[in-house]
Design a protein around this ligand. Structure first.
Ligand SMILES: Nc1nc2c(ncn2[C@@H]2O[C@H](COP(=O)(O)OP(=O)(O)OP(=O)(O)O)[C@@H](O)[C@H]2O)c(=O)[nH]1
Length: 169
């Protein structure tokens, strides 16, 4: 039977979702699994968030996703979306070669960018194993959701890693 595993990591703003996500990805990499995907770290200037980058999980590909300084036809909140076809294709190329896909995050912004939504839809539909940070306002039925809290964040990465390994080894 082809494995089909979805693991979603969610929780309140700033609680530690990305930290848990990256710890789980690192543990899986240490087990020798090929993993790719992307994450969208925020960029701050003098303490103020001025935009987001998009980076491939192996950090080989990086570009601006959205910025308050750019100008484009898509604006989400105060951010103009600036992602280009070139980085999308590079990330798609990496995703096509991996067995495990990691995404941080699946949120209103990422889903409002057509090219990113296309990748997310493809991954959730086609790839066997997906680990994704999901915005607290979004939920998926097909998979297991782990909620990060201040109380469990020191151990939740191990719990999630052990859950995944128990199903794919
Ligand atoms: N002390 C401590 N700090 C943590 C822990 N996990 C995350 N943090 C810190 O909490 C802050 C937010 O962590 P993130 O992983 O970015 O949290 P997030 O939920 O992804 O944040 P948003 O994407 O902005 O909602 C960062 O400064 C982290 O270093 C933890 O287990 N202990």
């Amino acid at each position: 039977m082809q494995t089909r595993l979805r693991v979603y990591i969610t929780g309140e703003p700033g609680v530690g979702k990305t930290t848990i996500f990256l710890k789980v990805i690192d543990k899986l990499k240490l087990q020798g699994y090929s993993i790719s995907g992307f994450y969208c770290p925020e960029v701050r200037e003098k303490g103020q968030r001025i935009g987001f980058k998009i980076k491939s999980l192996d950090n080989e590909v990086e570009d601006w996703l959205a910025s308050i300084y750019a100008r484009s036809s898509i604006k989400i909140g105060k951010y103009y979306i600036t992602i280009n076809e070139n980085i999308i294709n590079k990330i798609k190329e990496k995703i096509s070669k991996s067995e495990i896909i990691g995404i941080d995050e699946i949120g209103p912004m990422e889903l409002s960018v057509p090219k990113l939504k296309e990748i997310i839809d493809y991954v959730l539909k086609e790839k066997p194993i997906v680990v994704a940070v999901v915005h607290r306002k979004i939920s998926f039925k097909d998979g297991k959701t782990f909620i990060v809290t201040y109380e469990n964040r020191s151990r939740l990465d191990n719990e999630i890693f052990n859950y995944i390994i128990s199903l794919i080894q």
